[in-house]
Design a protein around this ligand. Structure first.
Ligand SMILES: Nc1ncnc2c1ncn2[C@@H]1O[C@H](COP(=O)(O)OP(=O)(O)OP(=O)(O)O)[C@@H](O)[C@H]1O
Length: 310
């Protein structure tokens, strides 16, 4: 069985910029995979290579076993794409846009059913030029869904959407995965990825720095839980002392608050006892699971390093 998407040592240079750096990843059939990274990490370039909109400097990309470049027609037949930047025709209706994709993919489908699915049934006859940014995004998603593609690739699908739009996209992604289609999407909005993906790839400066379920990523960063401890003592000295507690992976001091990351939620009582024994007083302690954002910072050290070709 072929993977839905497979990239192997994919590299793309734009002059001095290494946009994608030896990227090898696999998305299984029926899987929801989120590629996460800050602006300029290389997400769109990766998608552009998979769609053969641009050629890699080296490495390969395949969709369901078909090569992104040599078998581009087959790839396009199997993929529904919501590109980063898409163009709509101002004077054509929403329905006409969807119809156009139906015709170009030579599939028998009802455009109104797709427009209904993205919440645009009432605006089907309106010209796309009069659509709001969120409506345009929904229309582009309806166009991506034409032909029930086995692989759905969504570049920043939440851009410009209000909370209802976000909910709708999430629901569609879940439905697609439930019917066995793979969904590969990019995002810099970490919370949305965390809630939706089976697996996540963290991309930094074109490089896949970590990959796994959110749980695996948290564990890999040694930061499954974090506590915020507010004290009235010398926080700098306390910070150093808490750092010595076994099981603590990092302590960040922010004013009179200590942000303590660790793998085990049970450590809270140990840390409280430790502070008391050192003569300190805990005023407040609040524990939570670390967000994907914190996990990303743990992997990258919070820094974006400039990368130049060797
Ligand atoms: N056509 C191009 N010419 C030159 N440099 C480019 C080109 N396209 C992308 N880059 C550079 O490649 C790097 C990766 O860009 P890319 O758009 O893939 O990142 P991204 O993760 O999708 O970011 P964003 O979230 O901002 O879209 C950036 O440094 C960008 O400036």
């Amino acid at each position: 069985m072929s993977a839905a998407i497979e990239t192997s040592s994919l590299t793309k240079r734009y002059g001095e910029t290494l946009a994608v750096d030896g990227l090898s990843l696999t998305v299984d059939e029926g899987e929801v995979y989120g590629l996460v990274g800050p602006n300029g990490a290389g997400k769109s370039t990766t998608i552009d290579i998979i769609m053969d909109y641009t050629r890699p400097t080296s490495g390969t990309a395949q969709v369901l076993g078909a090569d992104a470049h040599a078998d581009a027609i087959e790839v396009h037949r199997n993929v529904g794409i919501l590109p980063d930047r898409f163009g709509l025709y101002d004077r054509l209706s929403g329905r006409r846009h969807v119809q156009y994709i139906i015709e170009s993919k030579s599939v028998a489908e009802d455009p109104d059913r797709l427009l209904e699915r993205v919440g645009l049934a009432d605006a089907a006859d309106q010209d796309a030029g009069g659509y709001s940014k969120g409506m345009q995004q929904r229309l582009a998603l309806a166009m991506a869904l034409v032909g029930d593609p086995s692989v759905l690739i969504l570049d920043e699908p939440f851009n410009g959407l209000d909370p209802n739009g976000v909910r709708l996209v999430r629901q569609i992604v879940r439905e697609e995965a439930a019917s066995g289609n793979a969904v590969f999407f990019s995002s810099h909005v970490l919370g949305q990825v965390e809630a939706l993906c089976d697996r996540i790839g963290l991309l930094s400066n074109g490089e896949l720095i970590a990959e796994g379920t959110i749980g695996e990523l948290r564990e890999g960063a040694d930061a499954a839980y974090q506590f915020f401890i507010r004290t009235k003592d010398d926080t700098a000295a306390l910070s150093e002392s808490v750092r010595q507690v076994e099981g603590v992976s990092s302590v960040i001091q922010e004013g009179d608050i200590l942000r303590v990351s660790c793998l085990d939620s049970d450590l809270e009582n140990t840390i409280r006892d430790h502070i008391k024994q050192s003569g300190g007083v805990v005023r407040e302690c609040d524990g939570s699971r670390t967000s994907l954002e914190d996990v990303f910072v743990a992997y990258t050290g919070g820094e974006r390093q400039e990368k130049v070709p060797a």
